[in-house]
Unconditional design. Structure first.
Length: 319
């Protein structure tokens, strides 16, 4: 796990990049800082409940923090790109689509993705990823589950053209999966854990497979990041602290999250016990991974042009 000390060393790059650190003179803070969040992100749910950002940013001159909820990554990044929110966390795929669309976003930090899987009903005749050929597979278009599906298919010599993709949000995919309207469902925790515990879903393959490993990213609105780097750095520092705490207090976090969201404690415990709680700045290795994903999506015709993720890397996060 990346320690708080390791992440804080990355923040030292702020000074090297010629940007203000938290102890230096800074530009006037915005009157309001806007957080994009998803209920699936326990870290953001915890931060919201405890008013972590409100307390930290008040000292920097921010009068209020606004929380804007999204169900999954692509809509969040749409909001981020137009300035409706200033920061948000998503999987590896939404940033590719956002950059292709010309959204004003920037990579600012990274964390390993929560466990994801391609699921099938318990009694499904589908036994391997190769058996998905010709089948209806549900996932959110432009979500991390989209990339998971593409990578899993490619590993067995298939492409998205070999399946019938059904683009659904997690809530809609839950109903479709349980109603037998799709053959398989690609999704992340805690939806993955809920499907296992509540609906007896069977795992076809999950992201513990080395070829499916991925990262999630915190992105910021580019204009906000450039104008208020010290405020953004303060938010990132608080997120880092919460992630370190979460890794050391999984049961307590699960109990809090279950109570706060109404998700069954059994499913929450399963998801949080296997979650990889780590945290770092965005490195060249992460950029290479995102570049490969972007190239794959372009070659498959999923996105209309090539993009280089390094072009939207917030320079203050460079190691």
């Amino acid at each position: 796990m990346t320690s708080r000390r390791q992440f804080n060393s990355g923040l030292l790059a702020l000074a090297a990049a010629g940007l203000p650190t938290l102890g230096q003179a800074q530009q006037a803070a915005p009157k309001e800082f806007k957080i994009g969040w998803q209920k699936g992100s326990a870290i953001m749910v915890l931060a919201k409940h405890n008013q972590v950002f409100e307390k930290r940013l008040k000292a920097l001159g921010v009068d209020s923090v606004k929380w804007v909820e999204f169900q999954f990554g692509p809509p969040l990044l749409e909001g981020l790109g137009v300035g409706a929110v200033d920061i948000g966390a998503v999987g590896d795929t939404p940033p590719i689509f956002a950059q292709v669309a010309g959204a004003k976003v920037a990579y600012v930090a990274t964390t390993p993705s929560s466990l994801s899987a391609i699921l099938v009903p318990k009694d499904s005749p589908i036994k391997t990823v190769a058996d998905l050929k010709g089948k209806r597979v549900a996932f959110g278009r432009g979500s991390s589950a989209h990339a998971l599906t593409v990578r899993a298919l490619a590993h067995v010599g298939l492409s998205p053209k070999d399946i019938e993709p059904v683009y659904l949000s997690p809530a809609d995919a839950t109903a479709a999966f349980n109603g037998g309207r799709v053959d398989a469902w690609s999704v992340w925790d805690p939806y993955f854990a809920i499907a296992q515990q509540r609906y007896n879903a069977r795992v076809l393959i999950d992201t513990t497979a080395p070829h499916l490993a991925s990262y999630s990213y915190y992105l910021a609105n580019r204009d906000a990041a450039q104008k208020y780097p010290a405020v953004l750095s303060a938010v990132l520092e608080e997120i880092g602290k919460l992630i370190v705490w979460a890794g050391d207090n999984r049961k307590e976090l699960a109990e809090f999250y279950a109570k706060e969201t109404g998700v069954e404690l059994e499913s929450t415990l399963l998801a949080f016990q296997r979650a990889p709680y780590a945290w770092s700045t965005v490195t060249d290795a992460h950029i290479r991974s995102q570049r490969e994903l972007a190239a794959s999506f372009y070659e498959l015709g999923i996105v209309p042009k090539k993009v280089d993720p390094k072009e939207i890397l917030w320079k203050a996060t460079a190691l």
